[in-house]
Design a protein around this ligand. Structure first.
Ligand code: HEC
Ligand code: HEC
Length: 456
């Protein structure tokens, strides 16, 4: 067996990159046939279960046409059985690494009809008590489905006390909210509708409204055995949110290519050293697969600063991967970084806690578990498309990614419950901007989402 030579692989990569189409003297290579492990875009959708790529295509684009949705249009669309078939979602490159972490699909299978109903509910202000607020008011599609304001404004101009996180890329996440108090998207969705400072309705009022709007009643009655219920509205909203994922990022393509190079190091080195006439069909397939990966990295290149930043992010010096782990850059766990704890000016535990501190501080996960160790701990947020969702942290207290990095470099705010994983970092100013460049390279394209087309 040949020893892997990174140099040979690099030379091979450069050679493939220099060619627009891969050819070989002995075997005509096809890059048309999808390589192993790649997404089968355009796969046969007539045979169940329907494989549908998330993050692209027409899934979130509403019914064809324009203007308000008439009852007839909806009825016709709902009469198509394909719109009720369970979809087998195929995740984009990057998120597909989290295949095993997908949540809620068994209990609440994705169907086009549920996703579309959820989309309408997400964008419909009629679901709020004064007709002014919809989910999208705070989870704004122009701002990464989050809110550029530190605290969102709900019905009657009321402010919340936490920064609005993105409603996207939720498919890999079970517990929702900064403190994880909802154990699913379904449980989460019911919250804001009746939250007095968010949408302000009672559940009975929401159900009443949905029954009044003929288009909604038709959809609920066709899709769900129980018709209009708040639980069914939550099922639809959760389907919409699970289908809302961002596309591959420069980092995803780069990471996939690197993983391939490592896994196939020996074979690639052998191919690089071999004469063209000695290449067999397996070699040809390998080269075709590799060529696809190389072209993907070239179509969406990772900058040199971002590559340097990735080494800090995944290395000991930055240590970010300890919590921002997995396909969504979140371990889905709760950690105290010291955000919002400026008034705690001791590292030691003082018992009992002064009464005013108990009530004036947002204790995060502790409010759910009442476990002392959870004080001031919040859920690790995803970092996908994080450039688009300032300000940062559960209280929106950091305005820019530069500020976030500076804050980590300083070791956060010391307090008795701070995570041991948070320590001052020894990073130069240049290294800090490399980390920011890496965070910027976690940005992927948004699927097209219809914001209008609501039932009349
Ligand atoms: C008034 C602003 C506002 C409205 C309206 C609103 N949200 Fe939110 N949303 C927030 C805030 C703030 C949080 C974080 C609250 C917390 O963690 O306690 C949040 C959290 C979430 C989360 C959890 C994300 C995560 O990473 O944990 C999801 C999902 C979500 N909202 C979806 C929705 C849906 C669906 C609707 C409509 C039914 C909606 N929101 C309406 C402000 C809003
Ligand atoms: C101990 C676990 C942990 C480590 C280590 C960690 N983070 Fe975080 N990160 C979190 C948590 C938890 C939050 C939210 C904290 C809060 O709001 O109170 C967060 C928030 C963030 C945010 C803000 C995201 C948003 O949407 O508001 C960014 C950006 C971020 N981290 C990047 C990094 C980088 C870069 C590193 C490495 C230098 C890092 N993190 C290390 C757990 C961690």
């Amino acid at each position: 067996m040949l020893r892997a030579s990174p140099l040979a692989i690099a030379a091979l990569g450069a050679a493939i990159a220099a060619q627009s189409v891969i050819t070989s003297a002995s075997t005509p290579l096809s890059i048309e046939s999808p390589a192993k492990g790649l997404r089968l875009v355009g796969a046969d959708v007539s045979t169940p279960p329907q494989r549908v790529p998330l993050g692209e295509g027409e899934l979130l684009q509403g019914l064809p046409g324009s203007g308000s949705l008439s009852a007839e249009e909806l009825q016709k669309w709902l009469s198509n059985a394909a719109n009720h078939a369970a979809l087998q979602p195929v995740l984009p490159v990057g998120l597909d690494q989290g295949e095993l972490d997908r949540q809620g699909l068994k209990a609440n299978p994705l169907t086009r009809a549920k996703i579309e109903l959820g989309r309408q509910l997400f964008f419909d202000p009629r679901l709020s008590i004064d007709g002014t607020i919809r989910c999208a008011s705070c989870h704004d599609p122009d701002h990464g489905f989050a809110d550029p304001q530190r605290f969102s404004v709900g019905v009657r101009g009321q402010f919340g006390t936490r920064n609005t996180p993105t409603a996207a890329n939720r498919l890999l996440s079970a517990a929702q909210f900064w403190d994880g108090r909802a154990d699913s998207l379904e449980a989460q969705a019911i919250g804001p509708l009746a939250n007095p400072t968010e949408m302000g309705f009672s559940h009975a009022a929401v159900v009443g409204l949905l029954e009044q709007v003929l288009g909604y009643r038709i959809q609920f009655e066709t899709i769900f055995a129980e018709g209009v219920t708040i639980e069914n509205a939550a099922l639809a909203l959760a389907c919409f949110e699970r289908a809302l994922v961002t596309g591959p990022t420069p980092w995803d393509h780069r990471a996939r290519r690197s993983a391939f190079e490592v896994a196939n190091a020996d074979d690639l080195a052998a191919v690089a050293d071999a004469a063209p006439e000695d290449l067999d069909a397996d070699d040809a397939e390998l080269l075709a697969d590799y060529g696809l990966l190389i072209r993907a990295t070239e179509a969406m290149p990772l900058s040199a600063p971002a590559l340097r930043g990735s080494k800090l992010f995944f290395g000991e010096r930055g240590g970010c991967f300890q919590c921002h782990a997995g396909a969504n850059f979140s371990d889905e766990q709760y950690h105290n970084l010291g955000i919002g704890l400026a008034t705690i000016n001791t590292n030691r535990r003082v018992e009992p806690l002064a009464a005013n501190l108990e009530t004036t501080i947002d204790w995060g996960r502790y409010t759910v578990t009442k476990n002392e160790a959870d004080r001031g701990a919040f859920k690790t947020p995803t970092l996908r498309n994080v450039t688009q969702t300032p300000p940062y942290m559960h209280d929106g207290s950091l305005a820019t990614l530069n500020e976030v990095i500076e804050w980590y470099v300083g070791g956060g705010h010391r307090n008795p419950w701070q995570s041991e994983k948070i320590q001052p970092l020894d990073l130069s100013v240049d290294e800090q901007s490399d980390l920011v460049a890496f965070l910027e390279a976690l940005t992927g394209a948004w699927p097209q989402v219809e914001r209008g087309r609501l039932p009349e």
